[in-house]
Design a protein. Structure first.
Length: 223
């Protein structure tokens, strides 16, 4: 199957998947936070994939090879299994929260959280634009080089920072305090993943140890 065909299938499948996660648990489509979130995620995904299809199709090929089965490092297989399981549960909770009225978040907080979700997505885009070898799995490919410019000059793992921002603000963007603990459980797994990734890259990617002069791993001015 060609890359274009796979992307078309993804564009068809993506709204169905997000719709199931957001609106089936809510038991209604009258979930305005879910619709705003849906639009943000769908427009971002279509725009990003369209951009990279035109400018860096090899990056898309790398990103499409995802999931724990694609990992070659044993520790990463385990981490990705836990990530997938927790994410499924976490994304079902805001809809249930909406259905049963467990949380009552103020409008301003929802708006700030929605903007933060978009900010996290844009940081991921900036990272992918800066590093064509930012694959979905931990591996070193032929011709891969160390990137220390752009977002990599701020933190060593800007994509994980973008993902952490997206995930932490998602429950608030969907109007749920109740779902926050489930999403927060994903952050330690991201930390374990990046620490193991550093170990692998130091062993297998020439020059990676030299980039450790970027002081902060994940959070600027903190860690």
């Amino acid at each position: 199957m060609t890359l274009k065909s796979r992307l078309i299938l993804r564009f068809v499948f993506m709204p169905v998947m997000w719709g199931c996660f957001l609106f089936l648990p809510a038991g209604s489509v009258r979930f305005w936070q879910g619709w705003v979130y849906f639009v943000i995620m769908f427009v971002f995904a279509v725009s990003a994939l369209g951009y990279f299809y035109k400018h860096d199709p090899q990056l898309i090929e790398r990103r499409l090879k995802r999931g724990w089965r694609q990992e070659t490092v044993r520790e990463q297989k385990l981490i990705m299994k836990f990530l997938a399981a927790i994410m499924v549960i976490a994304f079902l909770l805001p809809g249930l929260d909406h259905r049963f009225g467990w949380s009552h978040t103020p409008l301003w907080l929802t708006v700030v959280a929605q903007a933060s979700v978009l900010g996290g997505c844009l940081l991921i885009f900036w990272t992918l634009k800066s590093n064509s070898f930012a694959a979905s799995t931990i591996r070193v490919e032929s011709g891969q080089r160390v990137i220390s410019t752009g977002p990599y000059g701020i933190v060593r793992h800007p994509m994980y920072l973008g993902a952490a921002i997206w995930l932490l603000f998602t429950p608030l963007a969907l109007g749920s305090y109740f779902a926050l603990p489930a999403f927060a459980l994903l952050i330690p797994l991201i930390v374990f993943r990046l620490l193991n990734e550093e170990k692998v890259l130091c062993q297998e990617l020439q020059g990676y140890a030299d980039c450790l002069h970027t002081r902060f791993r994940l959070v600027p001015l903190l860690w």
